[in-house]
Design a protein around this ligand. Sequence first.
Ligand code: PNS
Length: 161
Amino acid sequence: MSKIVIYPGTFDPITFGHLDVIQRAADLFDKVVVAVLENAAKTPLFTMDERVDLIKKAVENFSNVEVDIFHGLLIDYAKSKNAIAIIRGLRAISDFEYEFQMALMNRKISEGITTVFLMPHEKYTYLNSTIVRELARLQADVSDFVPKFVVDKLTNKFKKA
Ligand code: PNS
């Protein structure tokens, strides 16, 4: 049976840290579904279409990675995809408490789906989408943190009027 894993998130936008986790997951599982949360409570910088397009571009060289949108409970979505696991990246101890709580709650909802934590390369320890957006807004160079086509999109978003 094919081992399918879900990598859920907001991906606003996708970073090299996310891509490092995707690479590790793609090496371990038969199929990785990068699942972008549709969340009315959040106002992301990038629209859903933009986020999905950027991720698709970023993963185009992976043969076993696909990109999808989900809403509602992650566990319900994971079941609908016949996934056996959920991937989350852990960069630092500060991530742990929130991730631990979410993983245990997801396990309480469904024993059958395991959360697997993967650590991206330590050079990405300090990296997240919020910081990338903030740097780009302040016209700083973010090319070490996101692919070129994401840099271009960010530049466009924050172009001075
Ligand atoms: O990239 P993020 O914003 O850290 O991802 C958070 C995400 C999407 C994994 C989380 O908010 C989520 O799973 N939301 C779906 C709703 C859900 O299942 N909530 C219960 C989690 S215990």
